[in-house]
Design a protein. Structure first.
Length: 347
């Protein structure tokens, strides 16, 4: 089978690799229909994070080709979302709603950018989509693909920050996750949604998704503007979806007393210690982390996509064939596209 392969920073290839087979009775082998490149992939593509050469990818949708003997919820031919999480669905952590931290996910791989993928813990991890890929438009398939990561991750930030009806929300990070966080905040009833963005195309998309204001400033200038917009109090909820030093530090400064910060951006070069006293003194909650993809998809997001209530697939502003994997990464890295969609097969 063809698979994307990370060679070295800035260098991606497509290689011919053995097709995966069932290894455990709880596995499923899936023929991938759509996959995509994630903003978090760019950390190692740019050489900022260390990664050994190998297969990559953690977001996809596809059709099940075979299942292990212990899989009871799925069968051959089912159309499924293939999340980056691999929760078993029955351990204490999964039952508490944190399948991204499942204690039974040993053996999981990040290799979704390929023609086939072996998923572990199929019953707990996969999310069934009604019908077949052929029943959906390309636009709908794109939105379904976001349900493997970026849409539930953006929603997870909003849930972690306890966004509720009438809230004022500030979102840091204007990539696909931050844009999906706008959708998440709106779904939870936020009244004022402020997106931090210096890029016209991303600001316009944030507005289309429900943002009520776009702030281009950074650091203290951004703090000053947010405080001015919130009568000096700060935001009820802050969604940190970037993980950069500037983003995190500014997010900590704009939450109101008694407010909450939901973080889903992977932290890089950030020292949280200087802000702990502020959080304590102002009763600001700090939570968030790895998203509960299957949980949020099953609870709300899949139906919202099927009903046409949300269309997060718009974050894919360019589509590539698997053989074009280098361009898919390079264009995202150079901000020529917000998020790259990989058209792998028809299903």
């Amino acid at each position: 089978m063809k698979s994307a392969y990370f060679v070295a920073p800035g260098k991606m290839e497509v290689r011919e690799l053995p097709k995966p087979e069932l290894e455990n009775p709880t596995d499923a082998v899936i023929k991938i229909v759509r996959a995509c490149v994630c903003g978090s992939d760019l950390w190692w593509y740019r050489g900022i994070s260390k990664k050994e050469p190998g297969v990559v990818g953690h977001e996809a949708i596809g059709v099940i080709e075979s299942v292990g003997q212990d899989v009871t919820q799925f069968r051959k031919g089912d159309f499924v979302i293939v999340p980056f999480t691999h929760g078993c669905g029955h351990c204490k952590i999964c039952k508490a709603g944190f399948e991204g931290n499942c204690i039974n996910d040993a053996g999981a791989t990040s290799a979704h950018q390929a023609e086939y993928y072996r998923a572990i813990n199929a019953d707990g991890a996969l999310v069934k989509v009604p019908g077949q890929p052929s029943d959906y438009s390309d636009e709908q398939l794109a939105s379904l693909t976001t349900l493997a990561d970026v849409m539930p991750t953006g929603f997870h930030a909003a849930k972690a920050a306890q966004v509720k009806k009438g809230d004022t929300v500030v979102i840091f990070g204007d990539g696909a996750v931050g844009l999906c966080a706008v959708i998440g905040a709106k779904l939870l009833g936020a009244d004022q949604i402020i997106m931090m963005s210096r890029h016209a195309d991303r600001g316009a998309m944030a507005t289309e998704f429900g943002a009520t204001a776009i702030i281009k400033e950074r650091d203290q200038a951004a703090v000053d503007q947010i405080l001015e917009m919130t009568d000096g109090l700060g935001a009820d909820a802050v969604l940190e979806c970037a993980g950069t030093k500037s983003s995190v530090e500014t997010a900590f400064k704009v939450a109101r007393a008694g407010g909450n910060i939901g973080r889903v951006g992977i932290p890089h070069d950030v020292d949280y210690n200087p802000y702990m006293t502020r959080l304590f003194a102002k009763n600001i909650g700090l939570t968030g982390g790895v998203a509960s993809v299957s949980l949020w998809d099953k609870e709300l997001l899949l139906q919202a996509v099927l009903d046409g209530e949300i269309n997060p697939g718009k974050v894919f502003t360019a589509t590539y064939q698997l053989d074009e994997i280098q361009a898919a990464y390079q264009d995202m890295d150079e901000r020529k596209t917000i998020k790259s969609l990989l058209h792998v097969s028809q299903g």
